[in-house]
Ligand binder design. Structure first.
Ligand SMILES: Nc1ncnc2c1ncn2[C@@H]1O[C@H](COP(=O)(O)OP(=O)(O)OP(=O)(O)O)[C@@H](O)[C@H]1O
Ligand SMILES: [Mg+2]
Length: 239
């Protein structure tokens, strides 16, 4: 049984086609990574699943029900939460208010509440009355993750958590993932950092120019294969 399944998923920005028939499966409790270079279509794929971009109903299924045409709030209400690229916090709200926004999207009891999000990221408790803009980039990313968790999602979509953050901060953020997995949530990690993705994911999808070019378990993929799927066969001649 799949939790999320895309079938022949396409996406357009006006006349520009960004996805060309993407097939992806996410099983319950699984963590998958989607890797690929700038412009490969990773965010477009996340935005499509999250309902930010609308699609054909059948192109995306949740528990075998068509959700491709649902709007973002309806997708969120089904337990699919997006941590968007660039965090997109509300600058005029405090840390705690930003976290509570996630709660309004889906009021379902589960493992996550202000209390448990603060256990996961203790620094956020200390800074809970501060405006989100007063936080460091890493702390803001923690708020963005916490906000998504507040809806007690079954599926957590994370778009480039490590963007613009120092390695030590990235490590802190990924340290939270075992705990998130323990709650049974399925996770999609979008990363440009291949090593990071291979480390956390049960399975990896590689995308290039709007298509899935490789899929498999980290242990079954070799570096050359990943390199070709990520950069294309020609890249070494350009370098
Ligand atoms: N709002 C938009 N309007 C027009 N084209 C867009 C828009 N957003 C993305 N694109 C284009 O769609 C393609 C896929 O972009 P997308 O943001 O999904 O890539 P990505 O893999 O997330 O890249 P990155 O790693 O830089 O975040 C790119 O060619 C991009 O220029
Ligand atoms: Mg992106």
């Amino acid at each position: 049984m799949s939790l999320i399944e895309t079938k022949n998923l396409t996406a357009f920005y006006g006349d520009f086609q960004a996805l060309f028939g993407v097939d992806l499966v996410l099983h319950p409790g699984e963590t998958i990574a989607v890797i690929g270079a700038n412009g490969a279509g990773k965010s477009t794929l996340m935005r499509s699943i999250a309902g930010v971009l609308r699609n054909q109903p059948d192109a995306i299924r949740h528990k075998n029900e068509p959700i491709g045409a649902l709007a973002a709030p309806d997708v969120m209400a089904r337990g699919i939460a997006l941590v968007p690229e660039g965090r997109r916090l509300f600058p005029s709200l405090t840390v705690e208010e930003n976290l509570l926004v996630g709660r309004y999207g889906r009021k379902v009891d589960g493992p996550w509440s202000l209390e448990t999000v603060y256990e996961l990221f203790p620094i956020l408790k200390e800074r809970r009355r501060n405006p989100s803009t007063a936080l460091s980039g890493g702390q803001q990313q923690m708020v963005a993750i916490g906000r998504a968790l507040m809806s007690n999602p079954e599926v957590l979509l994370c778009d480039e958590l490590s963007l613009g953050l120092a390695p030590v901060v990235i490590k802190d953020i990924y340290a939270a993932f075992p705990r998130i997995r323990e709650t049974g949530a399925a996770i999609v990690i979008v990363e440009q950092d291949i090593a990071q993705a291979l480390q956390v994911a049960d399975r990896v999808y590689c995308m290039m120019e709007g298509r899935v070019t490789l899929e498999g378990r980290p242990a079954d993929l070799d570096r050359a294969e990943i390199h070709a799927a990520y950069f294309g066969a020609e890249t070494h001649e350009l370098a």
